[in-house]
Ligand binder design. Structure first.
Ligand code: GCU
Length: 417
């Protein structure tokens, strides 16, 4: 016969087992508390697949960097075509003086042609009104160029005229005057123009590259994030001929899904001088293994087109990944990189974003950058400005004036010193 206290402890034990097994059966539960983060071991950045210790820049650049890049390409974002197509361009607006004489506004129509198909987009630029070349922020916008400002000269494509009501809708996210006064150009385009953000690969840039009757990318080929990243590199190709832009000083910036895009574009294309990801979260800066907020299975279910099909194999199996997102940031080394979070953006896992930035530092150290500032998670609104920058801004998922001010300071520090 069991005594009463034995019975009680048995029943506590039984309910514990039940709770644990319910959690195990419910991998889709959203983790919102630090205590619920599972134990995880991160893959080692500085150890090659064959067990070679990576302790020099040469070994990093010739062995390990390639392994990591190729893994991200084949298993996560998907391979983008190597055969580049240069856009044909038409001037929509050339050199109009604006912003009380402080800026020049330019707009170009870029068209990609291949396999009998054509894809066009409009590039909008505000450039400081001076003779010398300017450094520039390059950033996709979400809703169309006309949503970033009330400037009625911003070209609205015919297909968008119904949406003209949205002119200036996202003005608060784009402090154009401040950017210009700080000496930077702003270059932007609508990400949907490269690949419409929907689970359908029949249109957008993908459709120009299909061969032999295929109608969707192969399992290791480009999802939408890789397509948007590809688009940023093609814009940079085009800018090489723009006399007022200093293409050695292009700061790539993206918010949220476009922050994921900026990191991948910056990892792949070393011509981008600085890379900034704002609230990029899962599949961006946040560590996948923490499973905090949005998980790999959430993102692949809700946005099945963003990543390569192969990435779906890792739904609720993050420990099988040979990389984690700190390695994505390490691919940007030794170039300056900035990761930013927002305190109320738990879906994007601010701590996971910080840890990625922090654990990327081993690679920066190979190049002589010690990044001591990243030891502790900083207080809200207290930026860390090293070769790797980080801040957690007070507030929700967004890109605000505070964020921009920090990005300008960070860029000034690295580009103007
Ligand atoms: C969703 C998605 C995020 C993404 C965000 C955005 O919240 O789950 O992964 O970053 O949209 O792009 O706005």
């Amino acid at each position: 016969m069991l005594k009463l206290n034995q019975k009680i402890s048995l029943s506590i034990f039984a309910s514990l087992i039940l709770i644990l097994s319910v959690n195990a059966q419910n991998p889709s539960k959203t983790i919102t508390k630090e205590l619920e983060v599972p134990k995880y071991i991160l893959p080692k950045i500085l150890l090659s697949k064959n067990g070679i210790k990576i302790n020099t820049i040469e070994k990093w650049e010739n062995i390990r960097r390639n392994e990591i890049l190729s893994y991200f390409e084949n298993q996560i974002y998907g391979r983008a075509p190597l055969k580049e197509i240069l856009p044909i361009f038409e001037i929509v607006e050339n050199n109009s003086i604006t912003l009380n004489g402080d800026a020049i506004r330019k707009q170009y129509k870029l068209s990609f042609k291949k396999n009998g198909k054509i894809l066009s987009l409009i590039l909008l630029m505000y450039i400081p009104n001076k003779k010398e070349k300017s450094p520039a922020f390059l950033a996709y916008n979400f809703g169309g160029n006309y949503t970033i400002s009330n400037d009625t000269c911003i070209y609205v494509e015919k297909k968008n005229t119904a949406r003209i009501i949205k002119r200036g809708k996202n003005i608060l996210r784009w402090p154009i005057n401040k950017i210009i006064k700080s000496g930077y150009a702003l270059i932007t385009l609508n990400y949907n123009d490269i690949d419409p953000d929907k689970n359908n690969f029949s249109d957008g840039i993908h459709s120009l590259f299909y061969e032999n009757g295929t109608l969707k990318p192969k399992d290791n080929e480009w999802g939408s994030i890789a397509a948007w990243s590809w688009g940023l590199s093609r814009v940079l190709d085009f800018l090489e001929n723009e006399s007022l832009i200093d293409t050695k000083k292009i700061v790539l910036l993206g918010h949220s899904r476009l922050g994921k895009t900026a990191l991948w574009a910056g990892a792949k294309d070393e011509r981008f001088s600085i890379v900034i990801s704002n609230n990029s979260g899962c599949g961006g800066a946040a560590l996948s293994r923490r499973r905090f907020g949005e998980k790999v299975s959430d993102i692949n279910t809700n946005y099945p087109h963003w990543f390569a099909k192969n990435f779906h194999k890792y739904n609720d199996k993050e420990s099988l990944l040979e990389v984690d997102q700190h390695m994505l940031i390490s691919l940007i080394a030794p170039r300056p990189v900035y990761v930013a979070s927002a305190s109320q953006d738990s879906w994007a896992d601010p701590k996971g974003e910080f840890l990625s930035a922090k654990f990327a530092k081993d690679v920066y150290k190979l190049y002589g950058y010690r990044e001591r500032g990243l030891n502790l998670f900083p207080k809200v609104n207290k930026p860390i400005r090293g070769r790797i920058g980080y801040h957690v801004r007070k507030g929700k998922h967004d890109i605000t004036l505070f964020d921009w001010e920090e990005y300008i300071k960070f860029s000034d520090f690295h580009l103007k010193n």
